[in-house]
Design a protein around this ligand. Sequence first.
Ligand SMILES: Cc1cc2nc3c(=O)[nH]c(=O)nc-3n(C[C@H](O)[C@H](O)[C@H](O)COP(=O)(O)OP(=O)(O)OC[C@H]3O[C@@H](n4cnc5c(N)ncnc54)[C@H](O)[C@@H]3O)c2cc1C
Length: 384
Amino acid sequence: MHFCIVGAGFSGAVTARHLAERGHRITVIDERAHCGGNCHTARDPQTGIMLHHYGPHIFHTAQENVWQYVQRFGKFAPYINRVKAISQGRVYTLPITLLTINQFFGRTMHPAEAREFIHQQAVQDITTPRNFEEQALHMIGPALYEAFFKGYTTKQWGLPPTDLPAAILKRLPVRFNYDDNYFSHPYQGIPIEGYTALIESILTHPHITVRLDTAFETFRNQNNLDHIIYTGPLDRYFRFCHGRLGYRTLDFERIDAEGDYQGTAVINYCDATTPYTRISEHKHFAPWEASLFSKTVCFREYSRLAGPEDTPYYPIRLARETTMLDRYVRTAMVTRNVSFLGRLGTYRYLDMDVTIGEALEACTIMDQHLALGKPLPVFFTDPH
Ligand SMILES: Cc1cc2nc3c(=O)[nH]c(=O)nc-3n(C[C@H](O)[C@H](O)[C@H](O)COP(=O)(O)OP(=O)(O)OC[C@H]3O[C@@H](n4cnc5c(N)ncnc54)[C@H](O)[C@@H]3O)c2cc1C
């Protein structure tokens, strides 16, 4: 069969490679000038530092099969994400650990004492938190909430935390020990040659042709295709017939400096009075080579609502969007010869390992359907 795969990010690359290895002919198209999707990395022409163009990406997973898969295509260096946060003019460690708690309250508590102390801080009469703010008050109390989450979350989402679902905060851990490893997954690292080289390596196969600078809209009617795997935005495929699904986008403001600008890879700025959410210093994502560079490059990150021309980053998924998503899903379900995959195709925030895991599962499902001569599913994972 001849497949057109729209998008040369992880979703597109993993499915392309699998189908190519099964003997199918694959054309991968991407409207950008590079492979890698939002994980794209490239060396800065001025300094040689490896830059993460669409924001910092750290690979972390608990899925053994996903970790084994990426090892086939690139060498990873171990990397542990240790995030710092500035709140009210002082530096802390994130996620909230025993160190954060002791520093913030000027105490020297042991784990059990700190647990009891935070329990006392927590607002006890909120039994069923209805929104982000109530969830935070219920978990950690007003002082830590206001210092670390209120301003940051308002900047990140452009909404007061009382308008956001409680579920967002359920994912943020509070640790009563000194473990400042941001992620709790057993496998963590960064590909030494960058994500784009890794994804190009996945796409290097005699049955795969990659066409960059090619938008699907210009390609869709010109070619005889048996099936399309579409990893672009779901609403865009249907020419926004039900409206635009809401996304947050990011603006990056570059800082060039000498030496070491902030001494670490990521510092979050928690106060509402600081307009950006974080500063990332990219040479610290490659500690194995950071000392080779006398210069440094950082980016201030600003979050805002995405307009029609902006890069979609984080799906908003509040009530308006989920209603619209339902309409798109219903429209998609009666469309033939197309499958939607990945973070944009299913309008969900997905980490890279989840993206790869879902693409590998999609490959297994495709094998089963193709073996039986059945049409391929429109969705491999429920977008709801
Ligand atoms: C700021 C930020 C930081 C992140 N950090 C991490 C992290 O640290 N760790 C982690 O695990 N995950 C992280 N992620 C998530 C990660 O970016 C995603 O998991 C990953 O990009 C999903 O891959 P994908 O292939 O589904 O989508 P994408 O990477 O977005 O690829 C889709 C591709 O499709 C192309 N495309 C879209 N529409 C069309 C069209 N009509 N025609 C042609 N081409 C089209 C796009 O140009 C794009 O290249 C982060 C995400 C963001 C937003």
